[in-house]
Design a protein around this ligand. Sequence first.
Ligand code: 26V
Length: 882
Amino acid sequence: MAQRQLQLNRVAGGAPVATSRRSTRLVPGRTALRVSAVAEADKTAAINKSGTSSVPATTKDIENKLRYLFGRNEVSTPNDAYQGTAWSVRERLIDAFNKTHEHWKKEDPKFIYYLSAEFLMGRSLTNTVFNLGLQGDYATALKELGQKMEQVAEAERDAALGNGGLGRLAACFLDSMATLDLPGWGYGIRYKYGMFKQALKDGYQQELPDIWLTSGNPWEVRRDDVRHMVGFGGRVERRREAGGREVAVWTPAEQVIAQAYDNPIPGYSTPTTSNLRLWDALPLSEFDLAAFNAGDYDRAMLARERAEAISAVLYPNDSTPEGKELRLKQQYFFVCASLQDVLSRFKATHGSARWDLLPSKAVFQLNDTHPTIAVAELMRLLVDVEGLEWDEAWGITTKCLNYTNHTVMPEALEKWPVKVMAKMLPRHMEIIEVINEGWTQWLSAHLASELPAPEERAKRIAAMSIIHENPWNKEEMLVNMAYLAVVGSSAVNGVAAIHSNIVKDEIFNDFYKIFPSKFQNKTNGVTPRRWLAWCNPELADLITQQLGSDAWINDTEQLTALRTHASDPAFQQRWAAVKSAKKERLAGLIKRVWGEEVNTAALFDIQIKRIHEYKRQYLNVLSIIWRYKQLKRMSPQQRLQAVPRVCVIGGKAASAYDMAKRIIRLVTAVGSVINADPDTRDYLRLYFLPDYNVSLAETIIPAAELSQHISTAGTEASGTSNMKFALNGCLIIGTWDGANIEIAEETGVENVFVFGVRAEDINGLRKERKNFKTDPRWDEIMRDIEGGMFGDKEYFKPLVDSVNNMKVGNDWFLLANDFAAYLDAQQQVDECYRDQAEWLRRSIMYTAGSGKFSSDRTIRQYAEDIWHVGPCRPPPAAGGQQ
Ligand code: 26V
């Protein structure tokens, strides 16, 4: 038994730790056993309700899948085992999916549709097996086939259909919606190529295509019966109907098919399995046969290529506004298909005469401005296709739509040139013009008493108009998609308290003054399943033992009870043992990537996120350089007193973001100097881990002791990795920004290393930056980089210049202002780490304070305050699903 216990505890990764053995003694929580008492779960899974063992059947099923789908007779590699297992698990998943959807069809509840251009799902096998409660069954079956679940799981490629936080948030939300039994689907694009793979070549970032679908995708079901036509371009004509009503008739110049792929989303500890429906773009006909017969092969293939291009690649840009037409095409493509899909189901149930019921049956959440064309598309479908009057359609549209803003960067608010929109979507451009006319007229009347002077009023109206001049090019008119979203929605929300205040007081202040109740806050959250229970089963196990049940997995507020144990030396010891095991695992990864051993007794200091100037990885590197210089100056004797650190930085730079790429090169250049220096290498290392993605995060986060969230105050809308680190007992060094603030409030601000200027001071400080006297340590480091201490001095010059105060506007993200405070905070980190009891106490306090940051809480708040949707749970499946 003990041996099996040990083996099973390895399932989701990492070496087994002594603590996990105890789990057999546990009292089961209110949910079926998942993480802890794994042997117990093994037993329940292995013996099905009829009393027979299901393991032999599972083993056989895995073998059969491999045999008949792949023509392979033997499970000889983890990849074989992955394919066999995944295709076998898929069937259980589809059963749960079908049952849920039968139930939902019968009950006809109000549905949430989460429209998002990005879903960063990561791997599915572990999550599916654990969420469905099948881990015991499959782990044992794999063992019998000579495989380990952990290695098998690693054979899966990430589904990386997103850039970063926004896309991963959408994935966490799907998990929570299903877990909370909320009828809800995600809608997006099935990109053929997801987020690029990042490689390092001589320390520089290289982008390689993410070819993730080559060996098939067991987690999707192609729905050949679910297809919609999506048109582009062409012209709009007016026709008079028999009753005298004038209708607009849009004849697109180009049409493509949106082909549905369903990706079942299993909830945890519930039979509910919801759906992420992704659209693939196909040509109307396979190819132009006439052209082919005429020998014009290129032309014959053209339509195909044009169609397929729409769902070919994810735009990897979250740094420079991407005004490419293809991106607008992608946005319209998935929005048009999704809305048609929802409306056709609504019609099938409620007919075409009761559109007034639509808001009580469907609510759409716009994930940033990317799906905002939905405002015009829903109007088009209701007015042009279904024949509703404009005002009725507008009432329905604004009741159905809600918008979440995810960034404060003004340049990130999408604006499309009227010319581009009119050419690609001529009918939508007309509709937006009519919406804007109505809006500005309403505004004019509304503002009459507040701004009686016509010029003043006109100025305000111009500032709030959905269509406005391009401030950089007066010839060009733009459609402001964020304003369209605000005007077309019932609710607008930011993603952390500070960010929602910026949304209200700055970005959309004029709108807020008119519609204060429209604006809300919904602080982000992360799923505790993936981000603690499955990625760190050893810690999850320990928590379950301490709390006496695993009920915290879907009620994270229960983690608060850990506070009373934070100073208990015995508990701290076990807590530390888990962290050490996870550090060993990360050390193994560093060894595989860089070929170097690291000291696992060192403080593991991590910064992983998209590379961006506002996230200030550069500031982190500057402090590492300073640490290095300090160590160099010490005698060997003095060095013995230093707190050793292993610093890890990971993240992708948008392909066109030159400065971010230079930052990566600086990290690798500084790393190669530091890591090779015999004087200091026992005390300081710096590694850049390439190709940061969801799976890498699942390995890194449990091993982290300190994580860095050091954006310039007021620039990071929320951040979500801060929540994942905190949940895993990792201390935070951070600015008073985004969700750091709320994490500090929950954890105890005295437990967080907070430093730096405050958001409200930023504007003033930016103006004064040219007179700011930089710290002498800063000046010294700048001279070192400029002088070539890390080589490549020409390449690093723009980096040095970017934070130089000689030019107004430089050092926009105020690195120099925060530098000294940051070094002080780092000093405090060292002091705290010397006192391991205090460090461990804090570490426990972080996990204990993480209850608020479950995406279950976030989703409950959306459901109650914005969506007005309640749970609808299917009956339990025969054979054990709760
Ligand atoms: C986009 C752009 C585009 C143009 C210029 C600058 C810029 C800066 C950032 C972005 C990202 C936009 C959307 C996004 O990913 N936001 C992230 O959403 C997360 C989930 O709400 C949140 O935790 C992150 O703080 C936020 O950056």
